[in-house]
Design a protein around this ligand. Structure first.
Ligand code: GDP
Length: 583
């Protein structure tokens, strides 16, 4: 019996998948997902029901009429979002040699409209594929380093991640890294099980491995979308593209061409002929030729906008990748493009940034010791990337970390993997929001780029040879996040000889200091017949009606304990001060 997926059915009916799912839920079939399959018979029932449902007003539906219908008030979605659907921005991640580049090339060859004669074909770092009349923007630099480098600057460019796993090789080290990077980014993922043309391809094994990691394929009842493909022969690539569009539709990815500009640099370089060149992806708003922009440390009036086919364009709207010419210097990837009105404003902003950056660099260095950095932190979450020399060592370290519990502080292991600490580890931890970042290695080295990236961002990186040292440091780091700890030190004792009730003040104890000293503001314990009856602090301390700071042993004084009027003759007052505990 043949089966059909819900999204295929939606396509047949000429309605957006989301709408069909909503309608089915209203008709008593909740919880269906776009990738769920139904039998032919079930499909027939759904078709009839849906058409009846729709028939109460509208005829069922060519895509165009449904699009129009959508703007009618009764069809408006529950939470209307601004703007119009825009092309999703897709990044391709995965282990080396699993076929990321081949896939991107295959899509480019088959789905990118050829430029007109005279255009210069060159990669600008992203391109747009046309699939069934709709566009998908692909970031052309595969891999999680580029993906996370942007995020480390606070820019989320990617809407959907495609994870490529070779069916003959299965889940490998960088697959695991990529999975963690995608998870940390919180973007929807589609797994492309690649190289299914190979005789030794085993897609089921890939599914098995991913399922073990908690990513259960939808056809096994989970919700991870996995599409078998061959980037080499093209088999399944169309399915993958359609699935991307479907996910985009489900995610309701939108942009408003007239809205505020949100554009991010994904690639940049210095061109000998054209000067600084930056490729940006516009997520919202519209970038126009002649606009004055500030991009991180650089600024300029846009001299030209060039699209992925090498053609000059006048403006670039939501979802569009475009090369931008006319900047004063090369901005780093991940920087945002900001619009300003006047060149003077742009220059001032850039100057201010330069000063700030310089200052940051000055403070970042002394902060580089682990302890100092943590001292300054006010966050209650420790975001950790853990690297170890072998899977055995990694498992051991993980197990140990799992036993650490510090109340009020969260330990979030963003990624744990085998191998030296590399740049993408640092970048990943740098993306953690509201958390103190920390990269730790167990029996591994830190590569040079990672060290530089860490220094630039003031991220502590530490390596250990003994697991106990590692867990102790992490535990200490977590405790530090709670702020300094104090211990109480007893500094003296006083005995109550008389009491006075004073109007508007309360009860004051006339005391003799038996040992040590009494200090104004100190913490006290009141003991009666050896039992503790109150703890609090000294509100006022007087000697011969004068306010004093301290009274030494052997002398008399008047003590008023804040919020305590039950003090009695014969009570013993113990005096404590607080001392910060060394962490
Ligand atoms: P990347 O490192 O992930 O970008 O991988 P590449 O795209 O460079 O691919 C690595 C190798 O795998 C190349 O030799 C490709 O020709 C080959 N390859 C990629 N996709 C397929 C596929 O679907 N089938 C087969 N048989 N080989 C593939």
């Amino acid at each position: 019996m043949s089966k059909k997926r819900i999204y295929e059915l939606a396509r047949e009916l000429g309605v957006p998948t989301k709408e069909l799912i909503e309608a089915l839920a209203n008709m008593g079939m909740p919880g269906l997902k776009a990738v769920n399959t139904v039998t032919d018979e079930e499909a027939e029932v759904i078709r009839e029901l849906f058409q009846e449902h729709q028939g109460q007003g509208k005829e069922a539906a060519s895509p165009a009429s449904v699009q129009e219908a959508k703007v009618e008030p009764e069809e408006a979605p529950a939470r209307p979002k601004a703007g119009v659907p825009r092309p999703p921005v897709v990044a391709v991640l995965g282990h080396i040699d699993h076929g990321k580049t081949t896939l991107l090339d295959a899509i480019r060859k088959t789905h990118v409209t050829q430029q007109e004669a005279g255009g210069i074909t060159q990669s600008i770092g992203a391109y747009q594929a046309e699939v069934d009349g709709r566009l998908i923007t692909f970031i052309d630099t595969p891999g999680h380093k580029a993906f996370t480098a942007m995020r480390a600057r606070g820019a989320q460019v990617t809407d959907i991640a495609v994870l490529v796993v070779a069916a003959d090789d299965g889940v490998m080290a960088q697959t695991l890294e990529a999975l963690d990077h995608i998870k940390a980014a919180g973007v929807p993922m589609i797994v492309a099980i690649n190289k299914i043309d190979k005789p030794d391809a085993n897609p089921d094994r890939v599914k098995q491995e991913l399922a073990q990691l908690g990513y259960t394929p939808e056809d096994w009842g989970g919700d991870t979308i996995m599409i078998p493909i061959s980037a080499l022969t093209g088999q399944g690539v169309q399915d993958l593209l359609e699935m991307i569009l479907l996910v985009a539709e489900m995610e309701d990815i939108r942009g408003d061409p007239k809205g505020e500009l949100d554009a991010v640099v994904i690639e940049s370089h210095l061109d000998t002929a054209r000067g600084p060149v930056a490729t940006v992806i516009v997520k919202n708003g519209t970038l126009k030729e002649r606009d004055i922009v500030v991009v991180g440390p650089s600024w300029g009036r846009i001299r030209a906008l060039v699209d992925y086919r090498g053609q000059r364009i006048k403006e670039a709207g939501p979802g569009t990748p475009v090369q931008l010419l006319g900047l004063s210097e090369v901005p780093p990837a991940g920087e945002r493009v900001e619009l300003v009105k006047k060149p003077g404003q742009a220059k001032a902003l850039v100057e201010e940034r330069r000063r700030e950056a310089l200052q940051r660099r000055r403070v970042a260095r002394p902060l580089m010791t682990f302890e100092d950095l943590l001292e300054a932190a006010e966050k209650k979450k420790l975001a950790v990337v853990l690297k170890a020399e072998s899977t055995g060592a990694l498992d051991a370290a993980r197990l140990e970390l799992g036993t650490i519990e510090t109340e009020g502080v969260e330990l979030d292991v963003l990624h744990a993997g085998v191998g030296p600490i590399n740049e993408s580890d640092v970048l990943l931890v740098a993306t953690a929001e509201d958390a103190q970042p920390l990269v730790v290695g167990f029996g591994v080295k830190v590569d040079g780029k990672a060290r530089r990236a860490a220094e630039e961002r003031g991220i502590p990186v530490r390596t250990y040879d003994i697991i106990y040292d590692l867990t102790q440091d992490i535990e200490r780091a977590m405790r530090r996040l709670l702020g300094p700890e104090y211990e109480e030190i007893k500094v003296g004792e006083a005995e109550v000889l008389k009491t006075f009730d004073i109007d508007g003040v309360g009860r004051v104890a006339g005391c003799i200091v038996r040992s040590g000293k009494v200090v104004r503001g100190a913490r006290v314990k009141v003991l009666r017949m050896g039992e503790e009856v109150f703890t609090g602090e000294i509100g006022s301390l007087k000697r011969f009606a004068q306010d004093v700071r301290e009274v030494q042993a052997g002398r008399e004084c008047g003590i008023r304990i804040r919020d305590f009027d039950q003090i009695q003759v014969g009570d013993l007052i113990e005096i404590y001060t607080l001392r910060e505990v060394e962490g």
